[in-house]
Design a protein around this ligand. Structure first.
Ligand SMILES: [Zn+2]
Length: 430
């Protein structure tokens, strides 16, 4: 990804650095050659910054670019399970993924961690973004996901004579789990996404209290993935599934819904980050009836919402780490709504805006494994900055309004202004 060659001084706003520290009033950020050189009050900005291009925050907020920690680039207007795998050909899904990547950047997210992708599209999407062919977030990829046969993601009935090759690698036993990870090694993914548990969406046979993989399968996934330098995460709702994941050596937990004291203790001991992705549950409850969800499914989402909110509060209060990401791409939870997750965690879960921003920036970068270069505004880090028209600490919902995102920068280059991307043509193809 290209870097700015000139200097930019972003000024006239409060600076939120992403560490959870209080905002710096009348602060500024100086970026030179794509790298942050100064963060602090404007009155002590180092000499030489007079020649920098000035970017006015209009009295609003200067903060790190957000990190969407559970991004499905290939999901698009999903209203039924089949929409995830066989609705469109892979060629069209690839184009949709590029559109989603642009959108997530326009929404202020300069980085994203994939939560699973159809075929190997996110790996190639990342390559296109890194080569400036399309604009989008810095991506951590995961490609196809792994689930036990008969589990949550194995929904095509036998009579259809089709498997789940494009979306899911179905496994029976530890050997097949190892084989599936080895396929992903060749694909070049960074995160192996698995399905240790079911979900409220599959109320009949794989609900949120059902296990979809055995401990042996999960352990085989971790051993094989770690051997090849890959990390492992999983869709974990049921308590036993979360516990299995932590004992098997998972590097992150998606959802972490039903957590008892013992599981929480294990989580904290290993300091494993959790991405709750809870606004999806709220939307499933509110809009489920118009999409034909049964009462059993909606009740399951309510139970998930209540359990997940309680777990998220406990994790953060106990010093654990939460990432912000949200399974966007469903018909009732569309791409573009990413920042609604942040408002939801302030208004519904009851977290402080500064804490939620830390989750969505610093912790997000930690989940990506790139905390040394992303996630906070600090000298020496990449100039990935979000400039917002307004005080996001007084009203975090401002982040939902793309028109109020004055500028989104990656490595000091303005990629989007007021929610509209700035496309550039001098890409280098490699
Ligand atoms: Zn997901």
């Amino acid at each position: 990804m290209r870097s700015a060659t000139d200097a930019t001084l972003i000024h006239n706003g409060q600076v939120i650095d992403g560490t959870g520290a209080p905002a710096i009033p009348d602060g500024c950020v100086l970026i030179e050659s794509g790298i942050i050189r100064y963060v602090g009050p404007l009155r002590t900005v180092p000499p030489g910054s007079e020649s920098a291009v000035r970017l006015n925050a209009n009295g609003g907020t200067i903060m790190p670019g957000l990190v969407e920690a559970h991004f499905h680039a290939t999901y698009f207007n999903v209203a039924a399970l089949e929409d995830l795998d066989i609705k469109y050909p892979v060629e069209y899904v690839t184009l949709l993924a590029a559109c989603n990547a642009r959108l997530v950047l326009e929404c202020g997210y300069t980085s994203a961690r994939s939560g699973g992708s159809l075929f190997n599209i996110d790996v190639w999407l990342k390559k296109a973004i890194e080569n400036d062919l399309v604009i989008g977030p810095r991506l951590a990829t995961s490609g196809r996901e792994i689930c036990g046969a008969g589990g949550l993601m194995d929904w095509n009935p036998e009579f259809r004579k089709i498997g789940m090759e494009g979306l899911i690698l179905l496994v029976n036993g530890a050997d097949e789990a190892r084989k599936a990870v080895r396929k992903l090694v060749k694909d070049g993914v960074e995160w192996v996404k698995t399905y240790p548990t079911g979900d409220a969406a599959a109320a009949d046979s794989n609900d949120h209290h059902t296990l979809c993989m055995t401990f042996e399968e999960m352990h085989a996934v971790v051993q094989t993935a770690h051997n090849h330098g890959m990390k492992v995460t999983g869709h974990c709702r049921a308590t036993a599934g979360i516990k299995n994941a932590l004992l098997a050596g998972y590097d992150a937990i998606e959802h972490g819904t039903f957590m008892d004291d013992e599981t929480l203790e294990l989580l904290l001991k290993r300091n494993v980050p959790v991405v709750p992705a809870l606004y999806f549950e709220m939307m499933s409850i509110e809009r489920g009836p118009e999409f034909g969800m049964s009462q059993a499914v909606i009740d399951g989402h309510q139970e998930t919402l209540d359990g997940g909110a309680e777990s998220a509060r406990r994790i953060l209060a106990a010093g654990g780490r939460l990432g912000m990401g949200g399974d966007y791409g469903f018909a009732w939870n569309p791409h573009g709504d990413y920042a609604k997750e942040l408002s939801f965690f302030v208004n519904y879960v009851g977290l402080k805006p500064l804490d939620v921003i830390k989750c969505a920036t610093q912790t997000g970068a930690e989940i990506l494994g790139r905390e040394h270069e992303l996630g906070t505004l600090a000298v020496g880090k990449l100039g990935d900055v979000l400039v917002v028209d307004g005080d996001v600490l007084a009203d975090i919902s401002i982040l939902q309004d793309r028109k109020r995102l004055i500028a989104v920068l990656q490595s000091g280059i303005v990629k989007s202004r007021c929610g509209v991307s700035c496309l550039s043509g001098d890409a280098v193809v490699s």
